[in-house]
Design a protein around this ligand. Structure first.
Ligand SMILES: Cc1cc2nc3c(=O)[nH]c(=O)nc-3n(C[C@H](O)[C@H](O)[C@H](O)COP(=O)(O)OP(=O)(O)OC[C@H]3O[C@@H](n4cnc5c(N)ncnc54)[C@H](O)[C@@H]3O)c2cc1C
Ligand SMILES: NC(=O)c1ccc[n+]([C@@H]2O[C@H](COP(=O)([O-])OP(=O)(O)OC[C@H]3O[C@@H](n4cnc5c(N)ncnc54)[C@H](OP(=O)(O)O)[C@@H]3O)[C@@H](O)[C@H]2O)c1
Length: 479
């Protein structure tokens, strides 16, 4: 029988997990299918592959990454660690629990850097269209080589969709917003908080983007930060200068009215209103339509498209767990493709979907959601040879993390957690998140001399020590 051909669309952490899953089977002596990944960016890493551009990239394509220069992990790395490639193995020593973006990119790159899997990726190549030919049960995948402007089509037996779902901004309308004279954009286009110094900033939304861009703006010395919620406030103990207000009702120029009757003036507005699941390269019968949820409808075991079970999705869920969940999914999909795991009948899959959907309906809050996702991962790993890890402990880490944030939203990233993979305790980073103004890998891995600012913070006399933004943790102006 001819070797099957597998198309992976996207080489972010999910697509890389799929590449790694096949590579690990090959390393163990198995014959694997022919795998080709298409990645529209020049390098892999997905969201973690920072692009300074916003809007349109060098090829005229929509910029994929929504990450910004100052982004650090917003959850402890111990909750996302690969079970078969640990942080200790990669860095050769314990690092802190909340690394900046470049450090995490280095980690996911490092796992596959020394393998041949990069040869399986066609970079700078955008998938334009996927067509399923039901008579032969094969797919035609049409791609554009963005550097050479060449469009080609080829046939595949199966398609793995790993294009992420935090790239197409959800941009709702707000009354009068067109009259706002200041800077106005969606979080997707936000690249750094430095320019928010001295600005009165409005963030619309009450989730991770609003929270993190809010504290970044505070850190960089915004005059005030107001976050506007629709369903409910985040409710952290915000420092002076940050506040939450209910949903805004209208803009009149720079003045914004909120539903509790209050008004404020702003210089900058960032819509932190989330993202759309969008798959412009898929016909509607293959395209997942979903909100940002931990159990999207129509995906058996969260990965197999019920409408066409040779189409798989990785990373389509809302994400408490990330890298290790993508691994669990990738290993399971690999095993289905290689015939190591059996795909149940359509009726059995429907029953399974209904059962898990019912469980999902019973999820009452964040703690329940984390446990649900942990059980989902346990179920997947149980069906594969991916190393099982202590999911109960990871749930505990997530809950402790939530607690840390409640205690202090500005210092939670300074806390070390213990790896469930190696048992080693994370290092305390040389500089607190609030003090750190250089988010590079080089600085992160260095052992820096104490700066004048840090000495000043410790109360050691230094002449003319400047305090950028709010890094002193004082002089926090009011709204
Ligand atoms: C602002 C932000 C911050 C985040 N912070 C964290 C964090 O701190 N910790 C954490 O664990 N997770 C975080 N995440 C979650 C993040 O989504 C995951 O960590 C991870 O990047 C998801 O991997 P993915 O491969 O599924 O998708 P992505 O990372 O989005 O990668 C998808 C890939 O598909 C490619 N692609 C898309 N369309 C096409 C096409 N048509 N043709 C070819 N290639 C295509 C893209 O170029 C991209 O490389 C964050 C997300 C955002 C948006
Ligand atoms: N590492 C980091 O620090 C970092 C930073 C940013 C983002 N991220 C990641 O990025 C991903 C996306 O996070 P996100 O916060 O952008 O999206 P999200 O979690 O989907 O949240 C979207 C927010 O927008 C609100 N919203 C949607 N429509 C609205 C409307 N019409 N009016 C007012 N509010 C509206 C939602 O309110 P409702 O609750 O009412 O629906 C919700 O608060 C997450 O995985 C997160 O972990 C990480």
């Amino acid at each position: 029988m001819a070797r099957e051909r597998i198309a992976i669309i996207g080489a972010g952490p999910s697509g890389m997990a799929a590449l790694r899953a096949f590579e690990s089977a090959e390393r163990a002596g198995a014959e694997i299918p022919e795998v080709i990944a298409f990645e529209k960016q020049d390098d892999w890493g997905g969201q973690w592959n920072f692009d300074w551009r916003s809007g349109i990239d060098q090829y005229g394509e929509p910029v994929h990454s929504s990450m910004y220069r100052n982004l650090w992990s917003n959850g402890p790395k111990e909750a996302l660690e690969f079970a078969e490639y640990t942080f200790d193995e990669h860095f050769g020593r314990p690092i802190s629990s909340y690394p900046p973006r470049e450090v995490l990119w280095d980690y996911i790159d490092g796992r596959v850097r020394t393998t041949n899997v990069k040869d399986k990726v066609r970079f700078s190549t955008a998938v334009r269209w996927v067509e399923h030919h039901e008579d032969r049960d094969i797919f035609t995948v049409t791609v554009e080589d963005l550097k050479n402007h060449q469009t080609t089509s080829s046939e595949f037996d199966r398609v793995i969709v790993a294009t992420g779902h935090f790239s197409f901004p959800h941009v709702p309308e707000f009354q009068g917003i067109e009259t706002f004279p200041g800077t106005l954009h969606h979080a997707h286009d936000f690249r750094g908080a430095e320019k928010l110094a001295d600005q009165r900033v409005l963030l619309i939304g009450a989730s991770y983007s609003a929270e993190d861009i809010g504290v970044q703006a505070f850190k960089m010395g915004a005059r005030s930060v107001t976050m506007s919620y629709r369903s409910g406030p985040m409710g952290y103990d915000w420092p002076e200068g940050m506040e939450e207000l209910p949903l805004l009702e209208r803009f009149e120029g720079a003045t914004v009215s909120f539903s509790n009757g209050e008004t404020r003036e702003f210089d900058a507005v960032i819509l932190c209103t989330g993202y759309l699941h969008k798959y412009p390269f898929l016909p509607s019968d293959l395209a997942l339509q979903s909100g940002n949820t931990i159990y999207p409808a129509g995906l058996y075991r969260g990965v197999v498209w019920q409408g066409s079970p040779k189409v798989y999705y990785l990373g389509a869920q809302d994400q408490w767990f990330t890298f290790n969940m993508f691994d669990a999914q990738a290993w399971y999909v690999r095993d289905l493709i290689m015939g190591r795991a059996e795909l149940p009948t359509a009726a059995e899959r429907t029953e399974h979907l209904q059962d898990w959907h019912q469980r999902f309906q019973g999820v009452g809050g964040d703690a329940d959601a984390v446990r649900f996702q942990a059980e989902y991962i346990r179920d997947l790993i149980g069906a594969t040879d991916y190393p099982m890890f202590d999911l109960v402990e990871v749930v505990r880490i997530f809950l402790a993390w939530k607690d840390d944030k409640k205690k202090n939203i500005l210092t939670y990233r300074d806390k070390p957690y213990r790896s469930v993979m190696t048992g080693s305790l994370a290092a305390e980073h040389h500089t607190t998140w609030l003090q750190e103004l250089d988010d590079s890998l080089e600085r992160y891995l260095s052992t820096p001399e104490e700066t004048d600012v840090e000495k000043a913070v410790r109360g050691v006399d230094t002449p003319d020590a400047p305090a950028p933004g709010n890094v002193r943790g004082e002089e926090t102006p009011t709204a």
